[in-house]
Design a protein around this ligand. Structure first.
Ligand code: SAH
Ligand code: SF4
Length: 394
């Protein structure tokens, strides 16, 4: 696959053009077509010579992300499911910060974007991790989510959070490139303070980011304030236990000033008073604010959210320890807004549908075992079997 058009960087384009003897003003002209006028192909760039258009087209692909489903309404959380060039599915969520409860327009629109197809980190509570990792998104595919959502919703995006599918720091090169484009005045022009990357805690990359010049905010998905609890729900904690992770965070905070902690509240797992007290210690050590997020139930997973009273008790313990903690009133619970859920639902539905039709033949690579004998999750996890063709007989 060629890189996508929406992953083009002004400075690199200028070099490319210079080597071909094209005038330097062309670079800005082209990025304006891509990021301001938002055309989807070089053919539409009518003020460029044909020859140059052809040369550019040989280097980059048009984005071609098809919107498969949109859930939710204009005034509330909207969820977009995209099919990529290679048929993989990813999702983005558009969240109004102040839903138009009193008739006023919402003032800040946040997009939650995906950084990978699937996720290799397999957190026990997360729909994205259920099926394993398929591939990294390139920078253009990340940026394209913003462009497509703005086009489809008619809304202007003010905030970007990398909290969709995937572990952004496991796709660091493409992530940083996408952020450069999102942030640049010649790109989408969204301020660095309005771009947040969430990580499950890849300690080496957190250290690397401390020395990175690209600006954005960092949020750490802690979810467990002791190794015992964190390892139970996040396998990554065995690789980078709290001691290693928090030392990397100390280093990051010393260099960059701050980070935020995220703690999803799962009933009976990480919502105890002891967890709140341990979490307060970590927050104080890192001078971090905490976002408490009531767990969004995922079909097929056993976890649930604590009662509102218990959520508030957890928050008040943090406050008693002088830690700033906000308790998010979750949005989009009813439309499966937690990362990876819509994709999972769609794939499950497609799978169930095809299971019901007896004369569908699934042609699989490597392992031809009848997939109907396996549950959806275990079937997909045996990754060598990838359906390449679904053929209707007769
Ligand atoms: N991989 C990164 C970013 C994507 S996940 C990370 O883990 O931080 C973004 C956030 O959504 C994480 O804090 C994650 O723990 C949270 N999340 C995942 N599934 C959720 C669910 N079912 N309910 C609430 N939050 C969830
Ligand atoms: Fe991956 Fe983040 Fe989900 Fe964990 S929570 S499986 S790291 S997307």
């Amino acid at each position: 696959m060629k890189p996508s058009l929406t992953g083009i960087i002004l400075e690199e384009l200028a070099d490319f053009l210079e080597k071909r003897g094209a005038p330097s003003y062309r670079a800005k002209q082209i990025t304006d077509w891509i990021y301001k006028k938002r055309v989807a192909s070089f053919d539409a760039m009518t003020d460029l010579p044909n020859e140059l258009r052809a040369e550019l087209a040989a280097e980059s692909d048009t984005p071609n992300t098809e919107v498969v489903r949109v859930l939710g309404s204009k005034d509330t959380t909207q969820k977009f499911l995209f099919r990529l060039r290679d048929q993989n599915l990813i999702e983005s969520v558009l969240i109004p910060a102040s839903p138009a409860l009193y008739g006023q327009p919402s003032d800040r629109r946040t997009i939650c974007v995906s950084s990978q197809v699937g996720c290799a980190y397999g957190c026990k509570f997360c729909a994205s991790g259920l099926e394993g990792w398929t591939r990294n998104l390139d920078a253009g595919e990340i940026v394209q989510q913003l462009i497509a959502v703005e086009q489809k919703s008619g809304e202007k995006i003010d905030n970007v959070v990398f909290m969709g599918m995937g572990e952004p720091l496991a796709n660091l090169k493409n992530l940083l490139r996408a952020i450069r484009i999102i942030n640049a005045p010649w790109g989408l022009g969204i301020g660095a303070r309005h771009i947040t990357v969430s990580t499950s805690g890849l300690a080496p990359q957190i250290r690397e980011l401390a020395n990175e010049t690209t600006q954005f905010r960092l949020a750490l998905s802690l979810h467990g304030a002791t190794d015992e609890v964190r390892s139970q729900i996040m396998p990554v904690n065995r690789k980078y236990p709290l001691k290693v992770l928090l030392e990397a965070c100390d280093y990051y905070v010393a260099k960059k000033g701050r980070m935020t902690l995220e703690h999803i509240l799962i009933a009976g797992v990480n919502d105890t008073e002891e967890q709140a007290r341990e979490l307060a210690k970590i927050a104080r050590r890192l001078s971090a604010k905490i976002n408490l997020i009531p767990y969004n139930t995922v079909k097929g997973l056993e976890w649930s959210r604590p009662s509102r009273g218990r959520q508030e008790r957890f928050q008040s313990i943090l406050r008693e320890h002088s830690v700033v903690a906000t308790l998010r009133r979750e949005k989009g619970h009813d439309i499966a807004a937690a990362c990876g859920q819509l994709r999972l639902q769609t794939k499950q539905a497609e799978c169930e549908r095809s299971d019901r039709v007896s004369d569908i033949e699934h042609v699989a690579i490597g392992n031809r075992a009848d997939r109907r004998q396996r549950s959806w999750g275990s079937w997909r996890k045996h990754g060598a079997m990838r359906v390449i063709k679904v053929k209707l007989r007769g």
